[in-house]
Design a protein around this ligand. Structure first.
Ligand code: NAP
Ligand code: GDD
Length: 325
């Protein structure tokens, strides 16, 4: 009998890449989406799997809808990607961030515990949980957490709850502690896509400037298409566990800006970039860099797309969207 997966956050960035991977592996894929008058399938369309996903309606904040879905579908695997995932917004909308990112996970874990205890559960944990902490300049599975935003705090709760339900009730739960991963379907609020979209518009004469916040922040940026493979691999192991997933390389936001402008032949990028305090955060995570040794050793996983390839892929896609070459 073929495996079934319930993927939450199906309309976001990671959902479509993961759905594609699971469909290629023969899974029946259910995609959880909220109720909309006009759903936006553009990310699934971009990846080319809209017609192959079976959509089910529910909301992370609605306990009964989650319980009903788990009971009805009895999925082999749940990949919980749904979240209020924009760090900046979590400072202004801390409650909804907590309800979706923390309580939503409680709803799923209880649903699995009570009605489908053999279902394996993937939790989309994040390097934001590390915040200010590092171990000799890196973060790995043993680095303590010190989150710097309501988003980070909400994800620490979800992380520990997933560990706790594994230890208390023997559920197969895995935390993927993923570092920043990007793609041509990344939301435009996130800095990478904001930059590649802005650079494409400037190149084509559709915009004159790009307004950004802190250019000194360092992130470990990889390609989302590589990272969903790690999610899948975690749930295929004999034993559940938690894994740091990243490239092991970091770059500043400034590096990303420079590389994006360079990819369209603009070297004097400084004349287009305006620093705007509204894009700075009350508390910042200054530097994230993964040490993904466990993922390499146990999952045989490593990133394939380099930083330069990622920047170029995203700029090209945005140029194409605006009708450029
Ligand atoms: P994303 O593009 O923001 O997608 C999140 C999805 O969650 C959206 O489709 C959203 O639905 C859905 N969602 C939000 N609230 C919901 C609710 N109440 N009920 C049901 N669905 C809801 O995020 P992503 O980049 O794909 O990331 C996937 C997951 O990985 C997230 O949990 C994120 O926190 C985590 N993560 C991401 C990264 C990264 O660098 N991308 C790194 C580490 C961890 P709508 O379409 O309706 O808004
Ligand atoms: N969004 C944004 N917009 N960020 C900016 C800007 C700007 O104009 N200017 C500078 N930055 C800086 C932010 O201050 C931050 O240090 C860095 O760019 C990256 O910001 P985002 O792209 O918004 O991502 P993030 O690192 O805060 O969070 C993302 O990665 C996490 C994993 O580490 C999100 O995808 C989270 O959901 C994810 O958990």
């Amino acid at each position: 009998m073929s495996k079934t997966a319930l993927v939450t956050g199906i309309l976001g960035q990671d959902g479509p890449y993961l759905a594609k991977l699971l469909l290629e592996k023969g899974y029946k894929v259910y995609g959880l989406m909220r109720r909309y008058s006009n759903p936006n399938y553009s990310n699934l369309d971009y990846v080319g799997v809209t017609n192959e996903v079976d959509f089910v309606e529910g909301d992370m904040t609605d306990e009964a809808s989650i319980l009903n879905l788990v009971r009805m579908l009895q999925p082999t695997e749940v990949y919980n990607l749904a979240a209020q995932s924009f760090v900046k917004a979590s400072f202004e909308q801390a409650k909804v961030t907590t309800e979706v990112n923390s309580l939503g996970v409680l709803h799923f874990l209880n649903a699995i515990k009570f009605s489908s205890p053999t279902t394996k559960f993937y939790q989309a944990s994040t390097s934001e949980m590390f915040g200010l902490q590092h171990t000799n300049g890196y973060q790995d599975e043993n680095t303590p957490f010190h989150p710097r935003s309501p988003y980070g705090v909400s994800k620490v709760y979800a992380y520990w709850l997933s560990v706790n339900y594994r230890e208390s009730y023997g559920l197969f739960t895995c935390n993927g502690i993923l570092f920043n991963h990007e793609s041509p379907i990344r939301g435009k609020q996130f800095v990478t896509r904001k930059i590649t979209d802005g650079v494409a518009r400037i190149k084509l004469g559709l915009a004159k400037e790009l307004r950004l916040g802190n250019l000194d922040a360092k992130r470990d940026w990889g390609f989302a298409g590589d990272y969903v493979e790690a999610m899948y691999l975690m749930l295929q192991q004999d034993r559940p566990g938690d894994y740091v997933i990243g490239t092991g390389e970091d770059h500043t936001v400034r590096d990303f800006v420079e590389a994006a402008f360079k990819s369209v032949g603009i070297s004097d990028w400084k004349k287009y970039v305006v620093i705007d305090p509204q894009y700075k955060r009350p508390a910042e995570v200054p530097a994230l860099k993964a040490k993904p040794d466990k993922a390499k050793r146990v999952l045989n996983w490593k990133t394939k797309v380099s930083f330069e390839e990622l920047v170029e892929m995203m700029v090209k896609a945005d140029l194409k969207r605006y009708g450029g070459k």
